[in-house]
Design a protein around this ligand. Structure first.
Ligand SMILES: *[C@@H]1O[C@H](CO)[C@@H](O)[C@H](O)[C@H]1NC(C)=O
Ligand SMILES: *[C@@H]1O[C@H](CO)[C@@H](O)[C@H](O)[C@H]1NC(C)=O
Ligand SMILES: *[C@@H]1O[C@H](CO)[C@@H](O)[C@H](O)[C@H]1NC(C)=O
Length: 366
């Protein structure tokens, strides 16, 4: 019902994958097209994470859903659902052993590594757990793996894989759910080697980002981890930076991984945004902390970062602006399941929409 209401509000037609979307026109500048796909079943969802399992499938893990016991309240979930782009349909798999919001996760060879996140603590706050699991696709079962070093426990890290190693950059140790509550932003970088099944120690120059960030956008492109925007200690303290970790491949001697800050700044500083890369373009969407809307508003911005040029370009606004969502790129499209639509942090939706970049040679030259 919420889906219908929200879509009616923004005038967006509900269309199946197979049909061309008559409303989705290029915006003249090659801004790209949007389509609306099968909604997430069962619950509206936000503060989850999305990982690609195969070229045509991705999974959404954890987050917050409406509390069925207490209408109007939310609860943290371990629910995991897989979307299949070929059939435009969803199915559930085994739930994560512990409900987590702001989880850190990545997929390697179709298995899902869930590397900590925030738990709903007995005192009503969201606090980090170092516990880690892998979901083995062949068994549809979760198995505990080595926990994250306890001092590095956090949720909301940028999580990305290179060469079988999962990198976690930044994140938050706690989110106290009241006005002015603590939001424990960290600059810590951690790495889990999926081949060895162990957390590894990164070189000193790679162990901390130039500055703490949580709720940032992230993408791994060509052995470099990009951390875009995000926030530091609170929704309003939004950032426009591009931090880059140059990852040195296994076995390479005499070189050290390390962080730099790129010259190009995001046109609109944002936290709670999402990012996904297609080729060497990183597309960023939405977020929260938009003071133009009064207090902690939602951003509608779609902005693309051209890695090779170190330049940003604004594209047309999202048809349904959201924060606290998650995005993945596969098959030349960015998929954006769920997210919150309301000023102040809530308003979760079950919407899945997809963004296809504009076509034609000059489309990103603007
Ligand atoms: C929502 O949860 C809070 C905290 O647990 C509780 O105080 C409140 O009564 C709940 N509201 C409803 C409508 O159940
Ligand atoms: C996705 O759906 C297609 C079409 O129904 C099916 O052939 C394929 O096996 C599905 N893929 C997965 C991974 O479930
Ligand atoms: C997008 O957000 C900007 C800044 O908050 C606002 O000025 C603009 O009107 C919004 N665009 C649409 C289409 O809602």
């Amino acid at each position: 019902m919420r889906l219908v209401n929200v879509l009616a509000l923004v005038g967006l037609p509900v269309l199946s994958l197979a049909l061309p979307n008559p409303s989705a026109q290029d915006e003249g500048t090659g801004a790209g097209t949007w389509s609306t796909l099968a909604p997430i079943p069962d619950f509206t969802r936000q503060e989850h994470i999305t990982v690609v399992l195969s070229p045509t499938t991705f999974a959404i893990i954890g987050g917050i859903i409406p509390d069925s016991q207490q209408p109007g309240n939310i609860s943290t979930t371990g629910l995991v659902q897989i979307y299949n782009a070929t059939s435009n349909s969803w199915r559930s798999i085994a739930s994560a052993p512990v409900p987590l919001n702001h989880p850190n996760a990545a997929a390697v060879n179709g298995d899902i590594y869930l590397l900590g996140g925030l738990e709903a603590a007995p005192d009503g706050m969201w606090r980090a757990t170092p516990a880690c699991w892998v979901w083995e696709s062949a068994k549809d079962k979760w198995r505990a793996i080595e926990p994250m070093p306890a001092p590095e426990a956090r949720g909301s890290a940028v999580t990305a894989v290179h060469d079988g190693i999962i990198y976690l950059a930044g994140g938050m140790t706690v989110l106290e759910l009241f006005a002015g509550g603590k939001q424990g932003t960290v600059d810590v970088v951690s790495a889990f080697d999926t081949r060895a099944g162990k957390w590894i120690t990164l070189p000193t120059s790679a162990r901390a980002m130039p500055e703490g960030r949580d709720h940032a956008g992230g993408a791994m492109v060509g052995g470099k981890l990009y951390v875009l925007g995000g926030r530091k200690e609170g929704q309003h303290n939004v950032k426009d930076t591009v931090f880059v970790l140059n990852v040195v491949d296994r076995g390479k001697k005499g070189l050290e991984s390390g962080w730099t800050t790129r010259h190009g700044r995001m046109p609109t500083p944002r936290g709670g945004l999402v990012a996904a890369a297609i080729g060497d373009k990183v597309f960023t969407f939405g977020g929260e902390g938009n003071t133009a809307e009064g207090s902690n508003g939602v951003f509608n911005e779609t902005e693309v970062y051209d890695i090779s040029e170190d330049k940003w370009q604004r594209l047309g606004p999202m048809p349904l602006p959201r924060h606290g969502l998650s995005a993945v790129a596969t098959g030349g499209k960015v998929y954006l399941p769920g997210g919150g639509t309301l000023i102040g942090g809530g308003g979760a939706v079950d919407v899945l929409d997809a963004f296809s970049p504009g076509h034609g040679g000059g489309c990103f030259s603007g």
